[in-house]
Design a protein. Sequence first.
Length: 137
Amino acid sequence: MKKVGIWMDKEKAHVITLEGEKESFKTVVSDLEFYNVKGGSRSKTRWGPQQVVQDSRYLEREKHQLREYFNKLADSVKKADVISVFGPAEVKDKFAKEMSEKYPDIDTKIRAIETADSMTDNQIVELVKEHFGWERP
């Protein structure tokens, strides 16, 4: 049985696969751009018009980039039997929603979505092993 644990945030996803006696660790990097949107600027005249920052344009671009990231991640876990998702923010919930809408076969394999703080690679591997109760035979 192929068990997959995913620890993810907006920057990257660590995919830990446990199968038989083997364990593998893979990182899927997102191409998500981080925006530092600054406020609008005033005109030179007093009480003049103010330039407005278009947040919707940035949010729409982020949504498309997240979708591409989730597609890459779905390709890497499609052969799993059981999937558990961990992460510190709401990206794990967005991933689960995307799987239920676009990849119903993967959605049926997701057994848990849990909050987990930022960790080192070794801590992530141990978290996944402990979650599945996996011990090396």
